[in-house]
Design a protein. Structure first.
Length: 239
């Protein structure tokens, strides 16, 4: 189970506020969204996808188990003057269904398809969007480590095996990491690397990965193109 900590929140906040990754995910969803919709962003994390969705729908319910992550969304809603995002702490797998089913739900890097289907079946009456990792090895390790959990191909196979119609797409989106120092870069890799031996994260390895920006606040940037597999289907087909 993924758990946020203060450092992870800070790194993700920096990355999310200096790119258009979430806006581009929303762009893929827009043909199936309507201004009157109430959409649930399930497992919203820091809520940047919820923020990107807010201008296009009536309401967004942003749900997550992590108070550390949701505190960032609360701050951003106040700072940006956004009033149509409802924050829902807790685990949707254990939550009671809403009084009125959501018009749509989005699951971005959220668990497995069995869990997604169970939640959508109980809580949604319209489109279900699923974003999954479209790669097989860990991104921020020196050595090669398999992801070890369900990715895009497995998600598509799950739907196919059950005869559930779906639309899919594969997106290549920049989701790099701004870094305030070489020490911050080292700490980033120490946090996210699956290498048992952290001494593999050498100065030479870091300099090979990083790009100097010439900026005072974030003098280093870690480029990263995230391969995202997109799935869209109707909750009605889960009945």
């Amino acid at each position: 189970m993924f758990r946020w900590n203060e450092e992870m929140v800070r790194f993700m906040r920096d990355a999310s506020e200096r790119g258009d990754y979430h806006q581009r995910l929303v762009r893929w969803m827009l043909p199936d969204l309507h201004p009157a919709d109430h959409i649930c962003d399930a497992g919203c994390g820091l809520g940047y996808l919820s923020l990107a969705l807010a201008p296009y729908v009536r309401r967004v319910t942003a749900a997550d188990r992590s108070e550390e992550a949701l505190s960032v969304l609360r701050e951003n809603c106040v700072r940006r003057g956004i009033g149509n995002i409802d924050i829902l702490p807790g685990d949707l797998l254990c939550a009671a269904p809403p009084a009125v089913p959501y018009d749509a739900m989005v699951f971005s890097f959220f668990g497995c398809m069995e869990e997604i289907a169970a939640i959508a079946r109980a809580q949604c009456r319209g489109a279900v969007f699923v974003f999954k990792k479209n790669y097989t090895t860990h991104r921020f390790s020196v050595e090669r480590h398999p992801l070890g959990h369900e990715g895009f191909r497995a998600g598509a196979e799950w739907l196919t095996d059950r005869g559930i119609p779906f639309v899919s797409a594969e997106l290549e989106l920049e989701m790099g990491q701004p870094l305030g120092s070489m020490a911050a870069a080292r700490r980033f890799f120490e946090l996210y690397s699956r290498d048992a031996d952290k001494s593999l994260i050498t100065d030479a390895f870091l300099r090979e990965k990083l790009v100097p920006t010439g900026q005072d606040e974030y003098p280093w940037y870690l480029p990263h193109t995230r391969s995202v597999g997109c799935l869209k289907f109707s909750s009605e087909d889960l009945k």
